[in-house]
Design a protein around this ligand. Structure first.
Ligand code: ARG
Length: 654
């Protein structure tokens, strides 16, 4: 049962005396932060009293309490402080609820009353290049949301909206035409295409860097002369100007170090004679690559053939990563799929008077936005925006979607705001659209995470490294066991895989997705603290209890007679187990898997406290022992299930 939901439902009629819209305040009934205020707490008396101005919040709270009948579920409700309502569940009711979970495969989680068709648009790499660390977040956050929604009974479609039609294809086509290593291509097309992509990227980056250096130099000179003037006029007692001076100096420092690293990059590049000669041959490589893309889009047969030849190779390469990550999609309709529909989209927008010509381009202007939504450029090319509009039309008309989640970097938030606003005006008003945005993964220097040499980190090598590090940890723990190591080599390898991949995923999911986070191996794989490893150990530890006590878990569940939560730590653990359902529903509403990671962390902590305070196998009597074993069983099941919804596995021994 979703206890929170139940409490809110029971309170709602009592609120009608004070507001026409109880839903506006009902979320102020929440789990309480501190057990001394009860299990749940309702704070709505304060805003309601403010609005009605008839009663003091405390008196209003008292009136609400009089009208709500929760005597079957809760101890008498208490009004505290200025008007808080403290709610404590009855012991026998909680015991009874917990007992019901023992034989419930769904761990108390009901399926949605009105299931929706939900499209989760996630991962979506541009496939002409190998996947890198930047693709991790969308893949992992998208997958977790997918799994949670599906478990809640929604009809979920995972769509990998890959970039298979963009400028990167022009780059590999250009590379293929000019720099192909035939033998390497025969041997491994994917690797050769990746090499060509990197090469063309490197060459155009070289020219771009060379062209920007003078500008930056110029800027530095100007800043330095400004500094001189300021220093000459400096008044040491004027705090404001000291501050400005300091800021200017640090700005100059930053720009200079940028300049140095640009120059270093050029020097390194120029030392490679072969690269240098290629760069000299194609000073306009960026424009030439764009030209290849334009030819592809215009239907040039040669480029189209190459594209058709390359695409399957690119898809195969990303599939390898998805297999390792255990991530699945129901469809992979990339940008190319929508190309035939784009002209109609623009025509329709024009016909409805939504899109207008502006400086040769076709744009949708939405009130409140500075930039227009450009659906066709001056040169006639359609855009990312046009494709997204066509995609929505397809998802509504063909897939019958009720809701679409876009799991995409927060840097695209303006695009999605414009997209959603345009779609509304276009007439798709019954569709729920949500940008599930996320921040960047940073290195310890607080800049986007890169390798030591400044390259992007490949996703596969990241996974390899994590598994390797996990192996070392697993081996060390096993070697340190008091009765000697118990794991075979294959077992260690398998556990390392589970721990390594789980660690990476968990570290990504546990943060509020909107914020950036710093990638840190040691924190991520630590045995203690808010990590997957900690929970995986808690799970394995519980499995160990059952092994040691020779307990058959299914039999235990079927024969259970007793559930007794006399100890404080037993009660707290049971309450947390009962909250699983409300947590999953909150994840589903806001598409925030970190609510689930928080919950699981708290659960593992409560288990630890319980296990430290209460004997399980050596409990004082058989009934108490059974009851505690049932709590262990439920904890293990919730951890295992919760982690599985995050795409993370568990091991019975570690
Ligand atoms: N391929 C895009 C990128 O790498 C992300 C696509 C996200 N999905 C969408 N429907 N726009 O930036």
């Amino acid at each position: 049962m979703n206890i929170l939901d139940e409490l809110r439902t029971r309170f709602t009629p009592a609120l009608l005396a004070w507001t026409d819209d109880p839903s506006s305040v009902i979320e102020m009934l929440k789990a309480s932060q501190d057990a001394k205020f009860g299990d749940y707490q309702a704070n709505f008396a304060m805003p309601l009293a403010n609005r009605s101005k008839e009663l003091k919040p405390r008196d209003l709270a008292a009136q609400i309490v009089e009208q709500v009948d929760l005597s079957d579920v809760c101890e008498p409700l208490e009004v505290a402080g200025p008007g808080f309502i403290n709610i404590k569940l009855k012991q026998d009711w909680l015991e009874d609820q917990t007992k019901q979970l023992v034989t419930d495969d769904r761990l108390g989680v009901a399926t949605a009353k009105s299931p929706q068709k939900v499209v989760v648009d996630f991962s979506a790499p541009n496939v002409a290049k190998p996947m890198h660390v930047g693709h991790l977040r969308s893949s992992v956050i998208g997958d977790a949301n997918y799994r949670v929604l599906q478990f809640l009974g929604h009809d979920v479609v995972g769509d990998n909206h890959i970039g298979d039609w963009g400028t990167q294809f022009g780059m590999i086509i250009f590379g293929y035409k000019h720099f192909l290593n035939e033998a390497a291509f025969q041997e491994s097309p994917v690797e050769e295409l990746a090499r060509l992509y990197r090469l063309v990227n490197q060459l155009s980056d070289y020219h771009a860097t060379r062209n920007t250096i003078p500008t930056v130099q110029n800027e530095v000179e100007q800043l330095e002369s400004k500094l001189k003037t300021m220093e000459a006029a400096n008044n040491p007692s004027d705090k404001k100007s000291q501050k400005q001076l300091k800021k200017l100096k640090s700005n100059i420092g930053e720009r200079k170090s940028e300049l140095t690293s640009m120059q270093e990059k050029l020097t390194a590049f120029e030392q490679d004679k072969d690269l240098q000669s290629k760069a000299d041959t194609f000073p306009e490589i960026a424009r030439l690559a764009r030209q290849e893309t334009a030819k592809l889009h215009a239907g040039d047969p040669e480029n189209l053939d190459l594209w058709k030849q390359f695409l399957p190779e690119c898809l195969e390469a990303i599939q390898v990563v998805y297999d390792r990550l255990d991530i699945h999609f129901d469809m992979t309709l990339g940008e190319s799929y929508y190309q035939p529909m784009l002209a109609d989209v623009v025509a329709d927008l024009k016909e409805k008077g939504l899109a207008t010509e502006s400086e040769g381009a076709t744009c949708v202007f939405i009130e409140g936005f500075k930039a227009p939504f450009i659906v066709q450029k001056q040169d006639g090319a359609f855009t990312y925006a046009t494709t997204d509009l066509a995609t929505i039309k397809y998802r509504v008309e063909e897939l019958k979607a009720d809701r679409v989640l876009y799991v995409v970097d927060s840097r695209q938030s303006e695009h999605f705001q414009l997209l959603f606003a345009t779609v509304k005006e276009w007439g798709f008003t019954n569709l729920e659209l949500q940008h599930v945005s996320f921040g960047t993964i940073l290195g310890k220097n607080k800049r986007p995470y890169k390798t030591r040499s400044g390259d992007t980190v490949g996703l596969e090598s990241l996974l390899d490294e994590s598994i390797q590090r996990a192996y070392a940890i697993v081996a060390e723990n096993d070697d340190a066991k008091p009765d000697g190591p118990e794991l075979r080599k294959e077992e260690r390898t398998q556990i390392a895989e589970t721990v390594g991949l789980g660690g990476i995923k968990y570290a990504d999911l546990k943060h509020n997705r909107d914020s950036d986070y710093v990638f840190d191996w040691d924190k991520m794989l630590a045995n203690r603290g808010d990590t997957a490893t900690y929970m995986q150990y808690a799970y394995a530890r519980i499995c160990g209890i059952f092994r040691k006590g020779n307990v058959d878990r299914p039999t235990l569940r079927n024969e259970h007679t007793m559930l007794n939560l006399a100890e404080e730590s037993e009660r707290a653990l049971a309450l947390q187990i009962n909250r699983y359902s409300e947590i999953l529903e909150s994840v589903a509403i806001e598409a925030r898997p970190n609510y689930l990671t928080n919950y699981l962390f708290e659960l593992s902590n409560l288990f630890s406290t319980f296990y430290n305070n209460c004997h399980v196998l050596k409990a004082e009597d058989e009934n108490v022992k059974t009851s505690r074993l049932l709590l262990c069983d439920l904890t293990a099941r919730v951890i295992e299930h919760g982690l599985s919804l995050l795409g993370i596995r568990t091991c019975e021994r570690m």
